[in-house]
Ligand binder design. Sequence first.
Ligand code: ZN
Length: 280
Amino acid sequence: MRIANLNHRLVLIREDRAVDVERASGGRFGADPQAVYADWDAFRDWAASAELPEGEPFALTDLHSPAPAPRQTLAIGLNYRDHASESGFEAPEGLPPVFTKFVTSLSGPVTEVRLPEGGKTDWEVELVAVIGRRAEHVAEADAWSHVAGLAVGQDISERVSQLAGPAPQFSLGKSYPGFAPVGPWLTTPDEVENPDDLELRATVNGEEVQKGRTGDLIFSVPALVSKLSAVLPLLPGDLIFTGTPAGVGLGRDPQRWLHEGDVLVSTISGLGELRQTFTA
Ligand code: ZN
């Protein structure tokens, strides 16, 4: 199953058409894309058995984040060995480094993003997991049952503010408006062949800059749900940005940043792609 946020209404994606959930369910499920996660099990059962209309064609530019107002977004740093190494850090053990992307930075899959003046803006393609069932002290073996689905994410990062100050603080420089595109839709884990090993790619103006596999995550999606939920409850509709593989601009020699007019495309096999165009 694939669901999306089409002009702020919850839709099911079927091939290249969108079915409005509130209308198709006769009001059983509302139009608010964020509200569905609180009733996820019932929604999934309904969607699996409902007789659905054909739906309407839609434009990718009318999609917004499939979870537009999570109560919590947990973003993971240094979760691939090659990226930890290019960033000049040891790979984490025990607990991963965690920061947030504030909720106002969330956006849809096809957007224009304004570059902060005087900044050094960088790309980080990431797998995003959306929580579908409250998770508290969840064992790794049970973790996938707490995940509603997966999407492509970009952890766009402005490195000057990210690395300013006497102690590292990541959240602010990663939370400019539009710095957290997610989408193009939410795909349930059963729709992909192996949700534990998906290929991620990022290109800038067509040139490949990142390529990795989620099978190389130091903390897999189940490990993250388990370790994070041992500290705090994960709530339905929460997002986890799972970290980025090597190839970011910060780790290059010479370093490389995004400029006005650049087009960043982020792809994950089976989940779709994001397309961000940068403006001054
Ligand atoms: Zn990141």
